[in-house]
Design a protein around this ligand. Structure first.
Ligand code: ATP
Ligand code: MG
Length: 509
């Protein structure tokens, strides 16, 4: 045991880690001040999550030293690191969906809690301490993403954590939920808990962090107090070049009506009707749970819906399952890439070409060189960081996994591309690339339905915006003429006014 400077809870010195074909961390050093909120930013694949997984004992480092709370950590298991007071909330959550909230918080520690009753009582106390009123008996599978995150935070608190690492905690949260998270993080800081906060959303980094480290290609570029960065500095340090604008010029090629959706009704949705034009980017804005994803899943045939009508180019079409939708030229980049998008144990090339396998197969045999060519094209275009086309997708960084799905749908050149949170977890540079691709799709005559919780993204990219609240369309806006506040007000506030939107609908379009 060596003593370290009392000011720092964690000192990382010259830590390196390689995976086959990649040097994920190259002599990384960093000091984390006690009681601070320390941000880490960097492009997809920069090594942020790998470093955190080394700290929490999921991976072992190849070399380097780590001193946590005055004690040198030689090797550690995830359980030991939690017991020492270091907790991590992963980019992809780590909860058991079939178990209750209380059981998840105290998993493996029911005895310590004196049985189930004690477990639920203590879980209640922890959840109350962060202002969260979810029942401890609810199953995790019934919770929203933001609720699951609260459970992860309660779990970290249950170990009396001194340091909590949050790896992209906000990537699935809406503005409201984010506000709540900011409050909780500030409360944790007041209690003296140190936070490492990883995010691609620079607004949050500037709002929350005291100190920020920028990483690129497995190395630390710099660590500075937040006051010594400008947004532009930070971005250019992350990507290694200067980026002038975060959004390209808005595409302007809206044509005739391509698709019409009439009377979409489900348990959640109430009489959703709208039109989508050729060459249009139509943004859907609403809180998580408002029904945005339900709308697009219904159009794609992913959920069973009765008695609604969909017309494409004026002709009624029947879409009962996703393959019908693909047949009509509809593509879908889903919200939860792990569940509905990627086949994790499969290689990068297979994941990219999955939606166009029919065209790659002749007499039941796959044309491997075409598969390779197509996959390589998207790996290059989207700058997907992978050691090879045969690397399993599960070994890619979070953002690079997302790029694989985007590549898959670009390949089938859909007439209508549905993008549900397409840039979640994607770094600034790659976001811009995705915006350019969206622009190209509509310029080539395709149409896009865009769902995003990042309001600036919807407002800067869409030609028209529909607000969704409580399963209903509550408004329609031209984002060049309406303020963000007005659009948000409609997404949150106009819920009570039944048929408000419908009365304007025909005249508006
Ligand atoms: N288990 C693994 N096997 C092989 N390669 C891996 C593994 N885990 C990570 N890598 C590679 O290490 C590099 C760093 O990945 P890491 O997940 O740390 O990036 P990140 O900075 O967290 O990116 P993101 O912002 O996309 O989450 C990437 O090139 C990734 O492909
Ligand atoms: Mg990561």
């Amino acid at each position: 045991m060596t003593k370290t400077d009392q000011d720092y809870i964690l000192s990382i010195r010259d830590v390196s880690k390689s995976f086959p074909g990649v040097k994920a961390l190259d002599s990384v050093s960093m000091d984390i001040r006690r009681g601070s909120i320390h941000g880490i930013v960097g492009e997809n694949g920069a090594g942020k999550s790998t470093l955190m997984k080394i700290l929490s004992g999921v991976y072992t480092r190849d070399s380097g030293t780590i001193v946590f709370d005055g004690e040198e950590i030689k090797s550690i298991t995830p359980h030991e690191s939690m017991q020492k007071g270091l907790s991590i909330i992963y980019q992809e959550f780590n909860l058991v969906k079939t178990m209750s909230v209380g059981e998840n918080i105290f998993l493996g520690r029911f005895k310590e809690m004196k049985g189930m009753r004690g477990t639920h009582e203590k879980a209640r106390e922890l959840l109350d301490s962060i202002g969260c009123n979810i029942s401890t008996h609810k199953l995790v599978s019934e919770l929203s993403v933001s609720e699951r995150q609260m459970i992860e935070i309660a779990k970290a608190l249950s170990f009396d954590s001194k340091l909590i690492i949050m790896d992209e905690p906000s990537s699935s949260l809406t503005t409201e939920e984010m506000r709540k998270l900011v409050d909780i993080i500030n409360q944790l800081k007041e209690k003296g808990i140190t936070i490492i906060y990883i995010s691609h959303k620079l607004d949050e980094i500037f709002q929350l962090c005291d100190t920020v480290t920028v990483m690129r290609d497995g190395q630390v570029i710099d660590t500075r107090p937040i006051s010594e960065y400008t947004r532009a500095d930070m971005i250019s340090m992350m990507v290694g070049r200067t980026i002038e604008n975060e959004f390209p010029e808005r595409p302007n090629c809206v044509g005739d009506i391509l698709m019409e959706v009439r009377s979409l009704n489900t348990r959640k949705l109430r009489n959703v009707s709208f039109k989508l034009r050729k060459g249009e980017i139509l943004g859907l804005v609403g809180l998580v749970g408002a029904g945005r994803t339900e709308i697009v899943r219904a159009i794609f045939g992913a959920d069973k819906v009765k008695n609604h009508e969909i017309l494409i180019e004026g002709k009624p079409v029947r879409i009962r399952k996703p393959s019908d939708a693909i047949e009509y030229g509809i593509g879908f980049v889903p919200e939860d890439r792990k569940i509905e998008g990627l086949v994790l144990p499969f290689a990068v090339d297979t994941n990219i070409t999955m939606a166009c396998l029919d065209s790659l197969t002749k007499y039941g045999f796959l044309n491997e060189s075409s598969e390779k060519g197509i996959a390589q094209k998207h790996v290059d275009a989207l700058d997907i960081k992978t050691p090879s086309l045969k690397t399993r997708v599960e070994n890619l960084s979070g953002g690079n996994q997302q790029k694989c799905i985007v590549g898959r749908w670009l390949e089938i050149k859909p007439r209508i591309l549905i993008l549900d949170e397409p840039t979640r977890g994607i770094d600034v540079g790659a976001k811009y690339e995705i915006y350019l691709l969206m622009k190209k799709i509509v310029e080539d005559g395709g149409s896009i339905i865009l769902i995003s919780s990042e309001l600036p993204e919807v407002l800067n990219m869409s030609n028209r915006v529909l607000t969704i609240c409580d399963g209903r369309i509550t408004g329609e806006f031209d984002p060049t003429k309406t303020s963000a506040d007005e659009i948000m007000a409609s997404a949150i506030g106009l819920c009570g006014e039944e048929n408000e939107y419908e009365s304007n609908y025909e005249s508006a379009i």
